[in-house]
Structure formats: C-alpha cells, structure tokens
Design a protein around this ligand. Structure first.
Ligand code: NAD
Length: 498
C-alpha cells in the first residue's frame, strides 16, 4: 500500500501530521492506498511555496508562460493512457471514459496556450488632447482549487492551466477519494519546465479546505462539488474578501417531444444517464416525456439500459464501471427504494448487481424508474448514480416550467425536430448550459462552463473567457507626456476631456 503525499514546492512531502484517508479501488472494493490529510502547517507550507513562487512567475513574460503551457500540453497529450489508468483505478470509470475526460482537460490547456491573445488590453489614443488611455490585466497571486471526485483530471484542468497562464500560482486540493491523478499532473508540470512552487497539490479533507479559506495569502478560490459545500465555500471565501467561484450540484432534465426521433433520443439518454455510472454533474437524471412520447420512449430506454455492459473499468469490454464508494452505492440504492415506496415503478433495476470476479465491488446497475412525481425524494435529491427517472407532462411549456421550478440549473436538453419548440426552450429555460438534440452540452474550452441557481455561487463561470477574467484583475492607465509643461493648465475641477 502506497501513501499518497502532498506535492509542495516541486517535491513530494508527507507533511507534518499523521492523519490518513483510505483510497479504494471501487471495482474490487478493497483499499489500495492511503492519502495524507493536511494540517494547518501543511496548508501554510503549500500557500507559502505558492506565494514565494508568485514573486517570479507573476513577472514571467507571456512568451515564457506560453512555452511552458505548450510543453505541458505535449506531455499530457502523450500520457493520456497512463492518466486514464490512474483515474480508472481510483474512480472506477471505464478507461475510454477516463481518456475522454483527459481529452476535455487538454482542450482547456490548448485554450490557455493562447494566453497572449486572451490578455490583450484596450488602447484609446488621444482620449483627450495629449492623453492616452489603456487597460491591461494582472494576475491575482495565489489561487486555490478545490475539486470533486468525479473528474479527478478534467475539473482541476478547468482551473490550473488558465490560472497559471494568467501568471498566478496555484494550490490544488483534490478529492481525497481519488488523489493520485493530481500528483501525476504535478510531475508533468515540472517536466514541462514550470518553476517549483507554481503548482502545488495539497491533499486533505475539510481541515485542508478551511485552512485555505482562512489563509490570508489565498487571493481566489475556485470550487467544484456539491451544492451545500459550494454555498459554504462561497460564503466563507467572500466573507474574507477573496474572489470566489463555486460550482455546485445538479439535476439535469431532458425533454423529449413526440416529434423527436425516439430511437436517437433513447440512445443518447441512455448514454447520458449511465455513462460514468451517472457520476457526472451533466448527467441526465430526469427524462421529461411530453404528450404521447412516454410509452414508446420508455420501451426503448428499458431495452438500451438492459444492454449496458457493467464491469471493471480496466476491462475494455466494460461500458460502465462501479460507483465510487460503498457509501455511494448504499445511498443510491436507498433512493431507488424510496422512489418505489412512494409509488414510482422501477422498470430496470440495478440494485444488488454483482459482477463476476468483482463481487465486493461498488456496483449499481443501470436503473430506470417510471411514473416519478416531482414531490418524490428520488426526484428532489441529486442521486449522482446510474438512475434515470421518467416524468410525464402534457405540454412543452409544462416541461419547461418543471425545469424552472427545480432549484438546480446546471444543464438541460431537448429532443425534438421542431425549431420553434427548441427556440422556446432555449429562451425560456433558466439553466446555464443547454443542448438541442445534444444530451450533455458541456461547452468547448473557449466558452465558459457554469450553471445557474443552486448550481453556481459567484458571478463568473469557469474556464474560457470568464476564467481568464476570474484569474486576473484590470488596470486602466490614463497617461500624458507633456513636452511643454505650461501648455496644459492644471485645474481644481473634476477632469474632463478636451
Ligand atoms: P463534495 O462537495 O463532497 O466534495 C468536493 C470537495 O469539497 C472535495 O475536495 C472535498 O474534500 C471537499 N469537501 C467535502 N466536504 C467538505 C466540507 N464539509 N467542508 C469543506 N470541504 C469539503 O463533492 P463530491 O462528492 O466530491 O463530488 C460530487 C458533487 O460534485 C456532485 O454534487 C456533483 O454534481 C458536483 N459536481 C459539480 C460540477 C459542476 O460543474 N457544477 C462538476 C462536477 C461535480
């Protein structure tokens, strides 16, 4: 069993405490490693390393930063397979899905390679006689990232490539459930030529997070995780004057209209509900069948859900792996039970699934529940597992209303062949990311990612142009170079242009 250590100032360290957390292989159900859990002294060591590194990295030229970003891009691109294996062993997702998450992270690195273009300021020549005005953006200093278990490579990559390209230094506090991918990425940054201390990995739990929130040298906090913690992070960081973006949980609905290609819709719904065992913040967890679409759709989804191959993530024939922990399995199965008790109909049942050779693994099979009502716990809770609830409405407006009454607003989709219905949906729905015949509308890296309502606290979405804006602050310079000093009379009235 290996002890997974912090990465501070360009090297591994066990830190100062002796608390450890278990890291499981979800497919076997066995603990494979333990991970150090940071003390206040470890938090301070990581932030101090980042603060000292900022003195030089914050002054590094755009060309030096770009070169390092390009090197990093090449290294991540060359090691997708290795990184995918590390992710699969601790998270449980299948290798192809893990490689897909690294690919989406790579796209953010590629976006950040264009930082000279992204950081260009504005210039107004002769704003007043002999006076020019121009703007530019500067880095903030030490930025912290606190990330969830479900995308151990991609979600941190939404943050650190952009923060570092902007000239900041970074302390990443990844999920303690699958911490190894972050250490691997740290070594790639070093190999790419990033100076020690610019990127640090601090492992831990609530104590590490609270230490970062309270540290006076942390200028900004990016968080991705569940809604209660996102709200807490937002409040605690704001209270201390830190810049914060905190992305929370989700309950993503897909509307299926009777005019949709139902075979196409059912295939995409199945993939979006059960891919990564439903442990995606953009997974579809509620299918809203409108009018006559319901019964035919349910038949198709039931058949496709039953065909999903569930197994060890390392097995290339597996399409879906286990969920992350025994507690997650218990919670998900408990919510399915509660739906059944409340009168919903379980049409495909993944409870109690045992995978041959992996009997102790944390597996839950694809589950479809029909006749779900908005008052049921199985609907109101974010299940974060391979469970698709089917809800029925009579009209597209009632379906839009259902989505708008939900407290979450991360992603949503519509399946239809009507441009008019799609347009009504895209304009009427109060959600941040919208798919039209696209079930998981994760924006490309050059757009920004973020939900509305309880899915995001703070006013900036993550990566893309809003990411650059989040990790920098603006300066506007008004300048005059008088060659004949008496030609410009000083006056006590408020400056106006002439
Ligand atoms: P989580 O909220 O339990 O943990 C996220 C991070 O917060 C981890 O690093 C964890 O160590 C830390 N943390 C946990 N409890 C804490 C506490 N009491 N105080 C301070 N820090 C704490 O989330 P998770 O289970 O790792 O991830 C799943 C959740 O993340 C789901 O709700 C999912 O929807 C959400 N998520 C959202 C997005 C998005 O973009 N909106 C993306 C991915 C995941």
């Amino acid at each position: 069993m290996v002890t997974i250590e912090h990465w501070i100032g360009g090297e591994f360290t066990a830190g100062s405490g002796n608390r450890r957390g278990p890291v499981f292989n979800p497919a076997t159900g066995r603990q494979q490693h333990d991970v150090v859990l940071a003390t206040d002294a470890d938090v301070d060591a990581a932030v101090t390393a980042a603060r000292i590194a900022f003195e030089t990295w914050g002054q590094a030229s755009l060309s030096k930063r770009t070169k390092t970003l390009f090197n990093f891009r090449e290294l991540v691109n060359a090691r997708v397979k290795e990184l995918a294996g590390i992710i699969s062993d601790e998270h449980g997702k299948v290798l192809s899905d893990a490689a897909g998450e690294v690919q989406r992270g790579l796209e953010v690195i590629e976006f950040a390679c264009g930082i000279p273009q992204l950081l260009k300021g504005d210039y107004s020549d002769q704003a007043s006689t002999g006076v020019d005005v121009f703007s530019f953006r500067e880095p903030l200093g030490v930025c912290a990232g606190i990330t969830p278990f479900n995308f151990p490579a991609m979600v941190p990559m939404w943050m650190h490539p952009v923060a570092i390209a902007c000239g900041n230094t970074f302390v990443l506090k990844p999920s303690e459930r699958d911490p190894s991918a972050s250490n691997y990425v740290a070594e790639l940054w070093k190999e790419a030529g990033l100076p020690d201390g610019v990127f640090n990995v601090l492992h831990g739990d609530k104590a590490a997070v609270d230490g970062l929130l309270q540290h006076p040298d942390v200028a900004a906090v990016s968080f991705v995780g569940s809604t209660p913690i996102a709200r807490y992070i937002h409040d605690e960081a704001s209270k201390r004057g830190k810049r914060v973006q905190a992305l929370g949980g989700a309950k993503n609905h897909a509307i299926i209209l009777p005019d949709a290609d139902l075979e196409f819709a059912a295939g995409h719904l199945t993939a979006a509900a059960f891919g990564s065992a439903g442990e995606r913040c953009m997974a579809i967890s509620a299918a809203v069948a409108v009018g006559g679409a319901g019964d035919a759709l349910l038949d198709l989804v039931n058949r496709k859900a039953g065909e999903v191959v569930v197994g060890n993530g390392r097995d290339p024939s597996s399409e879906m792996g286990p969920v992350v922990t025994a507690a997650a399995k218990q919670r998900i199965e408990g919510l399915i039970d509660s739906g059944e008790r409340a009168g919903a109909k379980v049409t495909v049942d993944g409870r109690g699934l045992r995978v041959p050779g992996f009997e102790e693994g944390f597996f839950v099979g694809p589950t479809v529940i029909d006749q779900v009502e908005p008052s049921m716990e199985v609907y109101t809770e974010e299940i974060f597992g391979p469970v698709l609830s089917v809800v029925r409405t009579d009209t597209v407006d009632a379906a839009i209303d259902l989505i708008n009454r939900n407290p979450y607003g991360n992603g949503t989709a519509i399946f239809t062949s009507s441009g008019e219905a799609a347009r009504r949906f895209q304009r009427g729905v109060r959600v941040g990311m919208i798919g039209i015949n696209v079930p998981i509308p994760v924006p490309m890296a050059y757009y920004s990612f973020g939900g509305w309502k309880d899915s995001l606290f703070g006013d900036k979405h993550i990566h893309g142009p809003e990411g650059v804006s989040f990790y920098t602050r603006g300066k506007v310079v008004t300048s005059r170079w008088p060659h004949v000093s008496h030609a410009y009379d000083a006056s006590l009235h408020f400056p106006t242009s002439s």
